[in-house]
Ligand binder design. Structure first.
Ligand code: DAH
Length: 340
């Protein structure tokens, strides 16, 4: 059995730094099963003349332990209490950070809103397509390079199951289902087997537009696109159409807007040309109308297609397309104001 002195030293030196240690202290010296308590049971085995002294010493130790326990306990309670008084319970809670919309969604919505305001309806369709809707119905020649495995992702190497390379497939799907007048825009994700660089990605987004009715003219297209450019980039923006080629439009054009940064004077953004290319467009080729069951003698139409990443990069002046796919919150947060 430990000596009375040893137990006294233990009681005095026991390190009580936290609630667990306090409880352990209680178990060691104050609980019924503690060594100290069991020593009370030994009293009867002690010579009668020594019993009184022994009992007194045990009681002393017990009181000492009890006192130390109480002291430490109230110290701890006081510490917790002072923590509580430091905390200001009336302080408003910290804001839960608000998310922001992804810049691609913001731009998609803007484009969509502009066209919806002049009577276009948004339609969507499958990302996984077939050759007919992406190429053949759109007048792509059999040996057109866009069909090549270099550009197109084929699913399971099956030549008729592929990821759409442009949203023009939705022109076909719309015209197959619906007779003119047709006025739709088609937002969507597109896929091309391209090396990922700061300017190109294998996934990106397009908005396709299609207007087919009686007597739709090139002038209608020009006016529609001017309206779009001015709402998107500001009322002073001018447009310019340059001749181009797409299998599904004839004639075809590429549209530039006058540089909205320098107003056409020449700057880095427009590479000192005063113009920035923003979309492809043209009059729907009669072959395409016929392929979709629309009478090309009676109806004509125009179509256009624009790249959302490109528009977003131009509008928000970012220089790396990969930023839109990395989803780094520090990048995305900068579009909070544009979300509201
Ligand atoms: N589909 C074309 C592309 O991905 C974009 C395009 C150009 C769409 C001209 C059109 C158009 O509807 O008329 O590059």
């Amino acid at each position: 059995m430990k000596s009375i002195d040893e137990i006294r030293a233990e009681i005095e030196n026991y390190k009580i730094e936290n609630a667990e240690a306090l409880e352990q202290f209680r178990l060691n010296f104050l609980s019924k099963k503690s060594e100290l308590q069991s020593m009370f049971g030994e009293i009867k085995n002690i010579a009668p003349e020594e019993r009184k002294g022994f009992g007194q010493m045990l009681n002393e130790l017990k009181d000492k332990a009890q006192q130390r326990f109480e002291e430490q306990k109230s110290k701890m309670e006081a510490a917790i209490c002072s923590l509580n008084t430091i905390a200001d319970v009336t302080r408003p809670s910290a804001n839960i950070p608000l998310g922001s919309m992804h810049p691609i969604s913001i731009m998609m919505n803007q484009v969509r809103r502009i066209f919806e305001d002049i009577g276009f309806t948004a339609v969507t369709g499958p990302d996984i397509e077939d050759d007919w809707h992406v190429f053949t119905a759109l007048n792509f020649a059999e040996e057109h390079p866009a069909r090549d495995m270099q550009d197109t992702f084929f699913v399971e190497l099956h030549p008729d199951v592929l990821l759409r390379t442009h949203t023009s497939s939705l022109q076909v799907r719309t015209m197959e289902k619906q007779q003119p007048p047709i006025r739709v825009i088609c937002p969507g994700r597109v896929f091309r087997n391209e090396a990922i660089t700061s300017r190109a990605h294998c996934i990106f987004h397009q908005v396709e537009g299609l207007y087919v009715a009686e007597k739709v003219s090139f002038a209608d297209m020009k006016q529609t696109l001017l309206y779009f450019a001015q709402r998107m980039f500001g009322p002073d923006v001018r447009i310019r159409l340059r001749p181009s080629y797409f299998p599904f439009t004839e004639p075809s054009a590429e549209m530039d807007v006058s540089c909205y940064i320098c107003g056409g004077e020449g700057c880095n953004l427009c590479k000192h040309t005063g113009w920035v290319e923003i979309l492809g467009c043209g009059m729907v080729d009669p072959n395409v109308l016929e392929n979709c069951g629309i009478d090309s003698e009676k109806y004509s139409g125009f179509a256009f297609g624009l790249g959302i990443e490109r528009m977003t990069m131009l509008k928000y002046r970012t220089n790396d397309i990969r930023l839109y796919f990395e989803n780094d919150v520090r990048f995305l947060q900068q579009f909070k104001a544009a979300t509201l």
